[in-house]
Ligand binder design. Sequence first.
Ligand code: PLP
Length: 411
Amino acid sequence: LTILNEIEQLPADALFGIKQRYGQDDRATKVDLGIGAYRDNTGKPWLLPAVRAAEQKIHSDVATYNHEYLPITGLPALTKGAAQVLFGEELVNEHSDRIVTVQSISGTGALHIAAKFLSKFFSSKKIYLSDPTWANHKAIFEAQGLTTTTYPYWNAATKSLRFQEFLHAIETAPEGSVFVLHACAHNPTGLDPTEEQWTELIDAIAKYDHIALFDSAYQGFASGSLSKDAYAVRLGMKKLALASPILVCQSFAKNVGMYGERVGCFHIVLPNQSEETTAVVKPAVQSQLAKIVRSEVSNPPAYGAKIVGTILADDVLTNQWYTDMITMSSRIQTMRVSLRNALINLKTPGTWDHIVEQCGMFSFTGLSPEMVKRLEEEHAVYMVGSGRASIAGLNEGNVEYVANAIDEVVR
Ligand code: PLP
């Protein structure tokens, strides 16, 4: 009992705390730019037409519509389709013998499986995270006893990538370190390396035998194209998975709008070794991942997996999804332009082009924690203390209001 009495109360999760405060705020003009969840032009969650169609298809198939357990490693239609979305058909066909995939509890669960796997087999490795990164990265890896550190990423003064310093971190890290890379649409900065920069970064990772762990939570949101946004992962697969494995954590929360259904996959691409070696390594790795899944969730959740699996197995639905992806990414891009233009029209002190130049769901606005606090208290505009705004929360009805609020707190 005394142990219980001594348990320390932790502060509320920063992001979900914002959601809670927003929910309790009764000001009619309130705007939620906190959590990275897509909203339509009326500020409502959007059920993707591809998802609606897949649900109808699943429900109408009375012979197979049920709530039975899935296999431990997940629904084959999902794991197979997910690998194809990520790596592309060509690379999957060429290297299918080296790809191991298991279904996960969305992107967070995939990172958790990665952390468990690394802590079991690569426990001495340091985990390098971008500075800054998604807050949960550090917590997920450290919860498995792994040591994390950071590599330079964002230059706040110039709102650009600390490319040379990033490269230097790769070159000076102990050989065989693990680099966690945001596959695209970096959270929170909205800033990705260019294709040329990716090539240099990945070549350096290969040179020092580091392990790349790609976190792919926003595929499609950077450019609107799922294949374009897989550039870094595919380059990594071609260049890196020679001597070292690559790990990929894939979420369908954002790009299929399946936030609460927790649909994701964890992939390991095995190093390119002889057929005989791969034939032994692959089932061994597969069995270890299955053991992790079995001991933690027994088998993964079925409903969301069936929806995404159905979309990926049906060309018509897949094409609908590509269209839905463009609908989401282009609306966000339009809002970036509207916000930037409104701030320029107001002659708000500072430069605002970075809002348009950044990609994905977020803008790292450059607003200070004090400004963010005033935005919330005085204008009911909610965003993360770091100045990260989820652009998906903007719409034609509130963008002018948000621009005026920003203008007021910046002056
Ligand atoms: N990785 C990054 C960079 C994220 O921003 C998120 C969600 O915000 C995730 C992973 C995991 O999200 P989920 O577990 O909802 O798929």
